[in-house]
Design a protein around this ligand. Structure first.
Ligand SMILES: Nc1nc(=O)c2c([nH]1)NC[C@@H]1CN(c3ccc(C(=O)N[C@@H](CCC(=O)O)C(=O)O)cc3)C=[N+]21
Length: 316
């Protein structure tokens, strides 16, 4: 076999360090927040959690911790599991009108009696730091504009991709597995805006493995532990794992659990060119971008131009 026809050498993928990148974003946000505060505006964030799902509580606590570390004004509203829709909408309305609050986040998922899309729709688009409101989603798909809030997980994932490929993705094929409004769809919009050729695959896609194997950039966001195996990955590809799945870890004993992604990481590192770990990959970026969006909102509220946070441009 000639060298040209040999399979690409298998090796160890570059580990994309989301934790380190998130720290740099947070450092940047902290410095800008302190400038803004000296000019009279302290960024403020309100996080609303309904019920006591243990995973949600952990995430909400880490968001509050990050906000405090950035020097933000931060409040957490904890509502009982049985909260009525009208009461949650009333709280959102109150936060919409509170000039000390620039970013509102209602932690998802919500208990069954609550209609998440109505709640998201009630958040003022100017304070929608999650970027989930239909107005922000529409802005993203129609070319953004500097007022669009970009959903934090895809924005963070783009910053990680940028470390490998730069900001220009023309000529690269990207495959996003998963089509949620929170990750899959906005991720596709951002990759498209960076000129990648984008496919969105999902549970009903025929021959998912073959579709994934085409990807120079593979983004997994389906919430199925270790769905993506080594031979689903094109040698040398960049693999971004958005999945955060808690699974049993018999090897740790005592009925303990651990976090794994949607990608079989141990197999992926032998094939991929670069890959994000779980934990320590996309997760920390989500929180960092939430803070970046809150800062942007606070700056806009006093008419200051802010750098574009779509894909983290100008952040790093
Ligand atoms: N309105 C809303 N906005 C959200 O942004 C939102 C939400 N609802 N609901 C839940 C998901 C999940 N999410 C994560 C954020 C950080 C980590 C994170 O930092 N993960 C760490 C590990 C965390 C751990 O050890 O449990 C890591 O991957 O390294 C994970 C998940 C934000 N979410």
């Amino acid at each position: 076999m000639s060298a040209l026809h040999e399979p690409a050498a298998r090796g160890t993928a570059r580990v994309i360090d989301g934790k380190a990148t998130a720290s740099r974003v947070l450092e940047w946000v902290t410095a800008r927040a302190s400038e803004l505060e000296r000019a009279g505006t302290r960024p403020g964030i309100a996080v609303v959690i309904v019920g006591d799902d243990p995973a949600s509580k952990v995430y909400v606590a880490s968001k509050a911790r990050a906000a405090e570390a950035c020097g933000f004004h931060s409040i957490t509203h904890r509502l009982p599991d049985a909260t009525a829709q009208a009461d949650l909408l009333a709280l959102v309305g109150q936060l919409n009108g509170d000039p000390a609050i620039h970013g509102i986040l209602v932690q998802l998922p919500l208990p069954g009696q609550l209609d998440a899309s109505r709640v998201i729709g009630a958040i003022s688009p100017e304070k929608d730091i999650d970027g989930f409101h239909a107005l922000n989603a529409g802005r993203l798909w129609s070319g953004g504009g500097s007022d669009a809030f970009v959903p934090c997980t895809p924005a963070g994932a783009m910053l990680l991709i940028e470390q490998v490929h730069g900001r220009e993705l023309a000529g690269l094929e990207a495959v996003v597995v998963g089509r949620s409004n929170i990750v899959g769809k906005p991720m596709a919009a951002l990759l498209l805006a960076a000129n990648a050729t984008v496919a969105v695959a999902h549970s009903r896609t025929r021959d998912l493995r073959e579709v994934c194997r085409r990807a120079d950039i593979l983004v997994a966001a389906v919430g199925r532990p270790r769905l993506i195996e080594g031979d689903w990955i094109k040698p040398g590809a960049t693999v971004i794992d958005v999945g955060i799945n808690r699974v049993e870890a018999p090897e740790l004993g005592d009925g303990r659990t651990k976090l794994v992604g949607d990608v079989d990481y141990a197999a992926a590192v032998d094939v991929a060119g670069a890959a994000t770990p779980v934990p320590g990959g996309v997760g920390p970026m989500t929180i960092a971008m939430l803070m970046a969006n809150t800062l942007a909102s606070a700056a806009r509220s006093v008419g200051l131009a802010t750098p574009r946070f779509a894909a983290g441009a100008n952040v790093l």
